[in-house]
Design a protein around this ligand. Structure first.
Ligand SMILES: [Zn+2]
Length: 236
């Protein structure tokens, strides 16, 4: 909040109580809006919660940390860039399951905002929702997510190729469940940018090994350049 407030956008705290297997849990999404003039909107989103894992000293440098850091920097860039569409930068709470991941026990914050935006009309103006998750891995392999809009995936890969980042983007399609799934059923054009191969046999994912030595600034730069290029292409 202290880093977002000085940026000059409209900052909203979207507080709610999530009904989880552990009972009611208070949660809050942070929604930052930079108004445009076109009447359309583009959202760049990610989660800022960190999974609570009993008996594990889980830091979540990549899982929760990387998307949070990415969005803080993206917000600073968005605050200065010329744009026609409304630009939203959204920090979702409650992406992680309280217990084991199921459709019901996961993505609490994005589900809440999707319902709110459906009722207040924001969803109808949304051109695209670009979600980032686990993008800090120094061994960067961005998935080709089958649950994302195929056109947006192609556009993302075209931007990456143009920037010389093609090698970081996997061409083979695979379905990923993430915060974008809260918006896909309403027909929103969604794109999930995630590297879901984290360490040998995913050994750093949801373990005490998810620490900042596994990340690299270069990976943030690659994803940042691609998201920025994509937003510039979409904005008109
Ligand atoms: Zn996670």
């Amino acid at each position: 909040m202290s880093q977002l407030k000085p940026l000059g956008g409209q900052l909203t705290v979207d507080s709610f109580n999530a009904q989880t297997p552990n009972g009611s849990v208070p949660m809050a999404n942070l929604v930052l809006r930079f108004p445009g003039t076109s009447g359309r909107a583009i959202a760049v989103t990610g989660h800022f919660d960190t999974k609570k894992i009993p008996m594990v000293h889980f830091l979540g440098a990549n899982d929760g940390g990387s998307s949070t850091g990415f969005l803080l920097e993206f917000a600073r860039v968005a605050a200065r860039m010329p744009h026609h569409d409304d630009l939203y930068v959204v920090f979702f709470d409650g992406e992680e399951a309280v217990g084991e991941w199921t459709d019901r026990d996961s993505i609490y914050g994005s589900k809440h905002l999707a319902a709110k935006w459906a009722s207040d009309g924001t969803l109808a103006h949304l051109k695209a929702l670009i979600n980032v998750d686990m993008i800090g891995d120094r061994d960067l392999d961005i998935m080709n997510d089958a649950n994302s809009n195929a056109g947006l995936v192609q556009q993302m890969q075209a931007v990456a190729d143009k920037l010389g980042y093609g090698k970081y983007f996997i061409r083979e399609r695979q379905g990923i469940e993430d915060d974008h799934m809260a918006f896909a059923p309403s027909g929103v054009n969604v794109l999930d940018i995630i590297d879901f191969t984290y360490g040998p046999n995913n050994a750093y994912w949801h373990t005490a090994q998810d620490t900042d030595d596994k990340l690299s600034a270069q990976s943030f730069q690659v994803v940042g350049d691609v998201v920025l290029g994509l937003v510039r292409d979409l904005d008109h």
